[in-house]
Design a protein around this ligand. Structure first.
Ligand code: 13P
Length: 253
């Protein structure tokens, strides 16, 4: 039985005060659901991780980073390592978010190194995959997702795979207000689970959590969560509004 997982990706938003206030609001409102029946995490900007972790210390809400570097330490100006993230209380780390792939230019090879370094550093990576609109229109969704998963998970053994969560985020649905229909999302989630089955066997495929992301709102969360292979939601814009994020968590209970 896969425990539902709702994560909020705050992206490059909030400041030290509004970030802590948002965390406190979510902690106060999700006492019942979070930790018991749903895994809940928030991913603030790096510079607010410590303040948010402190604000959530007595709650069961976990904290994740939005990115990390693939090396453990050294001369990598501006980068943040897995051990630094552990040190400030992170449990999760997004790897290969579409904005990192398409705005910053991260490759599958680098993302694979990040996923591996996250696990080696004791973090739980959330590997994000998803196709561009042009790729969907060219019927290339499955090819793109296959490449991103095969390369993103390359050389990761069974034991390490159990630390991984996958997030399917079609790029055309991110921040656009256009959500994949439950059927569109379920079709790709089913494809991903079968692909993981071919790569790692049926048991690990049955256990791995696959989140959907892309314009998730309180109004569409329940029907997305109703799909057989959608195990949770990765929420951007709506995770910045405490009441909306709480309503989405509630839809996953
Ligand atoms: P939106 O929910 O704002 O579309 O963002 C989705 C996302 O990118 C979460 O990682």
């Amino acid at each position: 039985m896969r425990k539902p997982f709702v994560a909020g990706n705050w992206k490059m938003n909030t400041d030290s005060q509004t970030g802590v206030q948002l965390a406190e609001r979510i902690a106060a409102g999700s006492v019942e659901a979070a930790g018991r029946t749903v895994t809940v995490a928030v991913c603030p900007p790096f510079v607010y991780l410590q303040a948010v972790t402190r604000a959530l210390a007595s709650s069961s809400i976990a904290v994740g980073a939005q990115d990390m570097y693939s090396e453990p330490d050294g001369a990598f100006t501006g980068e943040i390592s897995s051990s630094m993230l552990k040190d400030v209380g992170c449990t999760y780390c997004l790897c290969g978010h579409s904005e990192r792939r398409h705005v910053i230019g991260e490759t599958d090879e680098l993302i694979n190194k990040k996923v591996t370094a996250a696990i080696n550093g004791g973090l739980l990576p959330i590997l994000c995959v998803g196709e561009l609109l042009s790729e969907r229109e060219a019927s290339r969704t499955n090819d793109v997702v296959t490449r991103q998963l095969e390369e993103g998970l390359a050389a990761l053994g069974d034991e390490k795979l159990s630390a991984v969560t996958i997030a399917y985020e079609p790029v055309w649905a991110i921040g656009t207000g256009i959500t994949a229909t439950p059927d569109q999302a379920q079709e790709v989630h089913d494809f991903i689970r079968k692909l993981i089955g071919r790569m790692y066997g049926d048991q690990l495929a049955a256990e791995i959590r696959i989140l959907y992301g892309g314009s998730v709102k309180p109004g569409n969360a329940a029907e997305l969560m109703g799909c057989e292979d959608i195990d949770g939601l990765l929420v951007g814009g709506a995770s910045l509004k405490g009441d909306d994020f709480l309503a989405i968590i509630q839809a996953a209970v």
